[in-house]
Design a protein around this ligand. Structure first.
Ligand SMILES: [Zn+2]
Length: 162
């Protein structure tokens, strides 16, 4: 057994948490969506579930944890709320519709990214996903230019407040 595995799991866990005044950020391994993963007794557990169960208590059966702060890597129990899967997906739907201030750019909670899409008639064109909302806005403008062709003017793409 290595030294690391011989350590107390809680000690190992908190060594990987960066407690900011707001979110407690997991600095260890993460899922593709950005959720923290912690190796416990040879199994991978979600870091935020482990933190919640350590500091608050067991997560009621059938419930999932919603990140109220929208930061997948966060393990601060004050930001975690057990909800039914139905409520969780309803909330994610609402957030997905949140506008970014840019046409054709919306936030995808599952991916933790700004996603670019342009719809023309019944066709949806994908312009990729971005960490930076302004980059996504530029990509959306370029995609619209390609999709709409000569009928499009750059001024149409600019959000008035940016
Ligand atoms: Zn948080």
């Amino acid at each position: 057994m290595s030294m690391q595995q011989a350590q107390d799991p809680q000690q190992r866990f908190w060594a990987k948490v960066n407690k900011t005044p707001d979110c407690w950020l997991w600095t260890g391994g993460k899922t593709g969506e950005g959720y923290g993963v912690f190796s416990l007794h040879g199994r991978d557990v979600r870091a935020y579930r482990y933190a919640y169960e350590l500091l608050v208590g067991a997560i009621p059966r059938g419930l999932v944890i919603d990140h109220l702060c929208r930061v997948p890597a966060c393990v601060n129990p004050a930001h975690l709320q057990p909800v039914t899967p139905q409520i969780n997906s309803q909330r994610q739907g609402l957030r997905t519709n949140n506008t970014s201030g840019y046409r054709g750019v919306c936030w995808r909670t599952q991916r933790g990214k700004w996603v670019v899409r342009v719809r023309v008639g019944g066709t949806v064109y994908s312009g990729g996903s971005f960490d930076d909302v302004h980059e996504a806005g530029r990509a959306a403008a370029e995609l619209r230019a390609r999709v709409y062709g000569s009928g499009w003017s750059p001024s149409m793409a600019v959000w008035p407040h940016s």
